[in-house]
Structures are given as C-alpha cells and as structure tokens.
Design a protein around this ligand. Structure first.
Ligand SMILES: [Zn+2]
Length: 531
C-alpha cells in the first residue's frame, strides 16, 4: 500500500517565540533552525521579517536549510495596493523559500479589527498571494480564527480559504487561534473544508488552550488535512501550540498513522527527538519537563516492584512504545516501594554485573530502604544511587578528601551604603598527599561552598571544568522528632549529560555538601579520572 505524505511545519521560531519569558537571539534562532533541519522537519518558519531587527537579520541571508525556510507576515493592508505596502515589501525581500501569510477568516474580525469589508479582505488575500507567487515563492495562507469564523459564518470562512487556493497558494492552513476548539469539531469542520479544497493542500495550526492541541491536529489529519503546524515542546503564547515532540512519535509509532502516512522524519532522526527537546529547554534555561510524553525522564519510569519484574521479562507489558525509538530510556525507580527486581534492573542499566542471588544486592536494597526512611530520595537521584551501588558492590576510588570547610555569612554595608549579604566559603582539600586551600565568595552559602570546592582540585581540575549545576531543590521533611532537609542537585557536563544527586541532613549546608560531593565524584568517575 502506498502511503500518503504528511508534512510537518515548525513555528517554534515565530509562534513559539511568543511564549512568556522566551527571547530568542539571532544565534538561538540559527541553532534551533539547524536542529529542526536535522530532525527532518519539512518547513521551518523563522519569523517575521520587517517586524523586528533579529527577524530581519535572520532573513537577510540564505540560511541553507534542507527544510523550506519560511517567512511570516500579513497580507497587504486594506485600502492599499500590494506595491504600496512596506510590510508586504519587507516580506517579499526576505531570503525565504516560502511565505506564510496570515489573513482574517472570521467576518467579525474583518469588521471589528480590520474595519473593512469582506470583499476587501478577499482582495487582499488574492493580491498578496499573487505578489509572492510572482517572486517565485511557495505560498501558505494561515486562516486566522478559522474555526471560530466557520462556526459564525461558514460561507465567509470558506470563501477566504477558497480564494487563496484558487490564487495558487500551496497550503491553506486552518488556524484555531484562540485554542478553544474540540477534536470532534475540528474533525467535522476540516471534513467540510476538504470537500472544497483538496486535503493535500490543507494544513492545521492549533493552540493548546483546552490541552487538546495534539488531539486536534490528529483529528484534522483523520479528516483529510496533510500538513501539521506546531512547535518544539509545545512552546507558544498562553498555553502553547500543538507540540510536535508528541505529534512526531505518534505519527511514526502508532499504527493508525504509521500505516497510512509517511513523514520526512526517519527512524534515525526520531531517535534524536528526546535530545532535541532537552536541548531546547537548556537553551531556554529551563529544567526539562520530567513528565513530558515520549521524551520526559519519567515517560518510561516505573515505580512499583511488581511492574518492574514484568517489565524486565517483557517490556511491552507496561510500555506503549519502546523508549529507545525516541532516544529515551526505560527507568526503573529504586524506591521504598520497589523490590529486588528494581534494584537488579537499575544495576543492569548502569552496567554492574550481579549473580541472581547475590548477597550484596540484598545488602544494597536494605541500605537504600534504610536511607530512604531517613529522607534520601534515590528515585530522583540516579547518580547518588549509582555511587552508593558501586561503593557497596565494587569500589569507588577515593579521589580526594575534604578535610574541613567553613562557610561564613555576613551582612554589612557596601561602598554605596547598601545593605548586602555576602557568603564566603573556605575549603581545605587533600589530593595526592598534598593540601589545597580554596576560598570563594558566593551569592549564598551553598553557592560559595560549591565555588570553593570546585576551584582547585589539583590534578582533577581539568576533569570537572565542564561541570555545571543546573538545578537546586530543597525540601524540608518532617520525619520523626526533628525536621531534616533534603537537597537535590542537578548537574550537567560539557557533553550535555545530566545527573542528579541527593544529600540529607538537619543542616541545609551539610545536605548540600553531600549532594555536591556526590556530583563531583560522579563526574570524576564518569570521566575515568585516574586515582
Ligand atoms: Zn498560532
């Protein structure tokens, strides 16, 4: 059976850039465009040339993408000619393969927002498409508020779409701009549209305001649309856009879609999806969503012991797709609910060989349970678990010893007469029989301690220079007679690998110190530092 081609259009750099707190630089945009290209996305929408300096610069050069590099902008303004509209001129000047115009398709918006007539709106669509086509560009038309417009006045909404199609637009994109449509409505309305415009010219662009953007996109495909627009990690204004990171694996791995459609993303490219998703979060300085479908750290994590033993025998028992397909991995959480099979699976993953009835595994399991009862959380701290396991089952080199540390917090007036609080940490470390003393100031006591610890580790310094703390979480636990503090520290290195370590103590500095030490020792071990 020949499969139909389904196209993916990414708008992370345009619609995704509307996300609160997201501000892409030119270099960010170039890096993301390259990443999208490497993933096999068909269309990469770069932005809005003429609207801001970064987007104008982005389109000032040919960016040499395999994808169709697309510029976004408005159709010509009402009451002007196409040749006398600076916005349209900037769009036509852009070094883009395609132009995606946005136009009103809801008569209410034409009247209230544009203050013009339905006929003038249709003329603006036709003339803008004609101008772009005469410059040799592929043209797309985003029909803004299409679904709301269709509900209010189907004739007018369809007239806008049809005018664009007749004028030669390659794609007529139906937009749920306010994000309120539901899957059955999308399926019905797209079904109506494809009676007039062939489905292989119809695209879908939806927002996630009822958390159904992915479902709505798939509903549109079921009804006949053949282009899906979305963003990486569902970035976008308000509640975001349709999340391509969830849509792509669904199209590739779910039989209903995989049997009917081809997308340009290959199996090898699909394996990079988790990495791409996490890389974008890193660029935005956000911790990746652990619970993200397909790519999140917890997407294939199983906690209870009985499930874990089944998963080890037959992964499909508790997994809807194989995690490796998306570049994710199976994770069996080691926790007080888990039993021996969890620990065995985790040891297997980190590459520690054990015998079936190994006594040491029993001791490790008991130690994990004892520590978790006192506040440790190994299911969230894979690196601390690995260190504990290696210490009990193998050997972890004693790279260095911290002989003592001292942290001071001082509040005083600075030279400008402002009250400031400064922290100073001094660390005395023994490496290779020699003593090293480092001091560092930080914006808080833990920061100062971290900086002092990593300032000079003698011959190990080069192994930890790429180490960076990316997240620091503190929780006060009320267990037994006194409150204890649990600190989780997430680190990453120059290769992009991330790991989490844990420390527990009634004293927050001490808990942080434990987690910091685990992180450094883990990094030395991973890097194969000599003893
Ligand atoms: Zn949008």
């Amino acid at each position: 059976m020949t499969r139909e081609r389904l196209y993916l259009f990414d708008t992370t750099l345009r619609d995704g850039a509307q996300t609160n707190g997201v501000d892409f630089t030119l270099n960010d945009k170039l890096a993301i465009a390259k990443m999208l290209d490497e993933l096999g996305i068909d269309y990469v929408e770069g932005g809005y040339p003429g609207a801001n300096p970064i987007d104008t610069q982005l389109f000032a050069e040919d960016r040499q993408l395999a994808a169709t590099f697309t510029a976004f902008g408005m159709t010509r303004r009402p009451g002007r000619s196409a040749s006398n509209d600076p916005g349209l001129a900037a769009l036509l000047e852009a070094r883009a393969d395609a132009i995606c115009f946005v136009a009103k398709s809801w008569d209410y918006h034409v009247r209230v927002a544009l203050e013009t007539t339905p006929e003038e709106n249709l003329n603006s669509i036709r003339e803008s498409i004609r101008a772009a086509k005469s410059r040799g560009r592929e043209v797309l038309l985003d029909c803004e508020h299409f679904f709301d417009g269709y509900k209010a006045n189907p004739q007018f909404a369809l007239a806008c779409a049809e005018a664009a199609y007749r004028e030669g637009a390659r794609w007529i994109v139906l937009c749920d701009t306010n994000g309120g449509a539901l899957p059955h409505e999308v399926e019905k309305i797209v079904g109506d549209v494809v009676k007039i415009i062939p489905g292989d010219h119809v695209g879908i662009h939806v927002h996630n305001d009822t958390e159904q953007a992915v479902a709505n996109s798939l509903a549109a495909v079921r009804a006949g649309a053949r282009q899906i627009q979305g963003t990486l990690n569902g970035l976008g204004e308000r509640c975001g856009n349709a999340n391509l990171v969830s849509i792509i694996p669904t199209l590739k791995l779910k039989a209903e879609f995989a049997h009917r459609f081809d997308i340009a993303v290959s199996d090898a490219q699909l394996k990079r999806l988790a990495h791409a998703s996490h890389t974008l979060d890193e660029m935005l300085n956000r911790a990746p969503n652990r619970h993200a479908p397909y790519v999140g750290e917890s997407a294939f994590a199983t906690k209870a012991g009985i499930h874990a033993s089944a998963i080890m025998k037959e992964p499909a028992t508790y997994e809807h797709v194989p995690p490796e397909r998306i570049g994710n991995r199976r994770k069996l959480l080691v926790s007080d609910q888990g039993g021996r099979s969890n620990v065995l699976a985790e040891l297997d993953r980190i590459g520690i060989a054990t015998e079936k009835d190994d006594e040491r595994v029993t001791r490790l399991l008991e130690e994990v349970k004892r520590r978790e009862a006192s506040g440790y959380a190994y299911e969230a701290a894979d690196a601390s678990f690995e260190l504990l396991a290696r210490r009990m089952l193998e050997k972890v080199p004693n790279y260095f010893n911290v002989e003592k540390f001292d942290v001071n917090i001082e509040q005083r007036e600075n030279a400008l007469g402002q009250r400031v609080t400064v922290s100073l940490a001094v660390v005395k470390v023994k490496v290779d029989g020699g003593h090293l003393i480092s001091a560092a100031e930080g914006n808080g006591p833990v920061n100062a301690l971290d900086l002092a610890l990593r300032k000079d580790l003698g011959k190990y310094q080069s192994y930890i220079s790429g180490l960076e703390l990316t997240d620091y979480r503190v929780r006060i636990l009320n267990g037994g007679t006194e409150a204890v503090t649990r600190v989780l520290i997430e680190s990453q290195d120059e290769t992009g690998e991330r790991w989490t370590t844990v420390g527990v103590s009634p004293n927050i500095i001490d808990a942080s110190f434990q987690a910091l030490m685990d992180s450094i020792v883990y990094k030395l071990m991973r890097s194969g530092a000599p003893t």
